[in-house]
Design a protein around this ligand. Structure first.
Ligand SMILES: *Cc1c(COP(=O)(O)O)cnc(C)c1O
Length: 471
């Protein structure tokens, strides 16, 4: 097996305060939602369909560092980063300056028509940052789903094979092909079919739910490999597509050995190994990419979310021979690699390096995990609601279950998240069973703000254990 290339994680660094524009504190001036947010909600109901839901009932006026300020002047601690996007903060000064400078010159020319330097620089940077020392090429798009679709197109063309393997609990997007690749029906797929063919789903390694009997990473990989060989046949498989840490599916960290065993099998059988790092990439898990944790070198990496400080950009980076196999004009799009988004990406990546945001992600893990484990001990497994604590870096989660069981508890999960919001802490949930609280703070968050938000979460969890926080 090959070794990681880009960075070697050092010890966690501190969460020293970084300069910010907005005061970094939680402050509620009105009820939540306040009058200005309620008025926007009313206008929204007449203009936006109810299918496009928002998790939070408050409307944003400003955001900076670890704080989101709403239109009523309330300041919330942001533990979601717009779903792992604003890792450098929602108005990182370097991103703001780079975007303003680029906008003043040209907003768009279309890379397929009149190319520009920023696109090349992003491609060069991604070749350096992604795992592996092999020759690489990069194509840029707008969304994570678009990157995944294109990675599959590349793998199919390069191999001349059709089958694509995805996993239980996977999330890869909402376009037709990526809906097929996504596991969960409601709300992502229900009644939106027919779906793209030649997608096969394999069992994931899910340590919390593979505990009795305990299934090792290697065994879980062999279970999937056995199914692939029997149900599809290795020589028909174009690609294995996997999130190294699953996102929407519940922040599931596969058992050690699972990813390398799959990657080795893929290599042996000419199957393209695609790591979907859309959520786990760009310092989120304490390294540039989550694949690096076990030294996995994917053939293709899909990236989006954290890549460009909030501007829409996505990428496929991978082996030169795979990307170069595609005929001229076979990959592209009007906006793909937009120059403003490229400028933002270069600035965001520079901020990640300048402030060692991977180190900050490890510091966030070092602060949060022990506190959550202490709380779980205090509450005890028989009292609920904490069944599992997991994650890496600043991609951390709590799986909530009914007291004394492993039965998912989505109601309590929703109630805990709502209670945090009412106290001024934005928290997201996820999971196939809707019972996972996920913590995705901006990596620039200050220690004080993070500890304050954790206190709110801990108290909400205490109130929802059957001891009511008394025991
Ligand atoms: C969010 C996500 C996607 C889809 O990205 P969009 O930008 O919403 O299309 C794909 N894969 C993973 C792992 C994601 O988390």
């Amino acid at each position: 097996m090959t070794t990681p290339t880009s960075t070697t994680p050092g010890p966690p660094q501190s969460l020293a305060d970084l300069p910010t524009r907005l005061p970094q504190r939680r402050e509620l001036l009105t009820e939540v939602p306040g009058p200005a947010s309620r008025e926007l909600a009313q206008r929204r109901a007449a203009a936006v369909p109810s299918s496009a839901v928002s998790v939070m009932p408050v409307y944003v006026a400003d955001a900076d560092g670890g704080v989101i300020r709403d239109v009523d002047g309330n300041s919330f601690v942001d533990l979601g980063s717009g779903i792992a996007v604003t890792s450098v903060g929602a108005s990182d000064p370097a991103v703001v300056t780079a975007v303003a400078e680029q906008v003043a010159h040209f907003t768009h020319t279309c890379f397929m028509v009149t190319p520009y330097q920023g696109y090349i620089e992003v491609a060069e940077e991604l070749a350096r940052l992604t795992p592996g020392e092999h020759a690489k090429r990069t194509v840029l798009f707008n969304s994570g789903a678009e990157a995944v679709e294109n990675a599959v197109k590349i793998a199919r063309l390069a191999t001349g094979r059709q089958a694509v393997v995805a996993f239980d609990h996977a999330y890869h997007g909402r376009t037709n092909l990526t809906m097929a690749l996504t596991a969960k029906s409601m709300p992502y797929k229900t009644n939106f079919g027919p779906f793209a063919p030649e997608v096969y789903r394999m069992p994931m390694s899910y340590p919390y739910r593979d505990a009795h009997p305990k299934i090792s990473g290697k065994t879980a990989a062999k279970r999937a490999i056995n199914q692939m060989e029997k149900q599809i046949g290795a020589s028909s498989i174009a690609a294995i597509l996997i999130e190294p840490i699953q996102g929407e599916g519940g922040f599931i960290v596969p058992a050690e050995g699972f990813l390398p065993t799959l990657a080795d099998w893929a290599q042996k059988h000419g199957v393209v190994f695609i790591a979907d790092e859309v959520q786990s990439g760009f310092c989120r898990t304490g390294d540039w990419f989550a694949s690096q944790n076990e030294g996995v070198v994917p053939d293709l990496v899909t990236m989006a979310k954290g890549i460009a400080g909030g501007m829409p950009l996505s990428a496929v980076t991978g082996r030169a021979e795979l990307l170069d196999a595609v005929h001229p004009g076979g990959l592209g799009g009007t906006y793909g690699g937009n120059p403003v988004a490229c400028a933002a990406a270069l600035a965001a990546i520079k901020t990640m390096k300048d402030h060692d945001l991977a180190g900050r992600a490890r510091a966030i893990e070092a602060l949060v995990l022990p506190r959550l484990r202490t709380l779980a001990d205090e509450l005890g497994t028989d009292q609920g609601p904490i069944g599992d604590i997991r994650g890496r870096g600043a991609m951390l989660a709590l799986e909530l279950v009914k007291p004394g069981t492993t039965e998912p508890d989505p109601e309590t999960t929703r109630a805990v998240a709502a209670e945090c919001l009412a106290q001024g802490v934005l928290i997201l949930t996820c999971g196939t069973y809707g019972n996972v609280i996920r913590l995705l703070p901006p990596l620039v968050i200050s220690q004080e703000l993070l500890e304050d938000a954790l206190g709110v979460l801990e108290n909400a969890l205490r109130r929802h254990s059957i001891t009511g926080g008394e025991g």
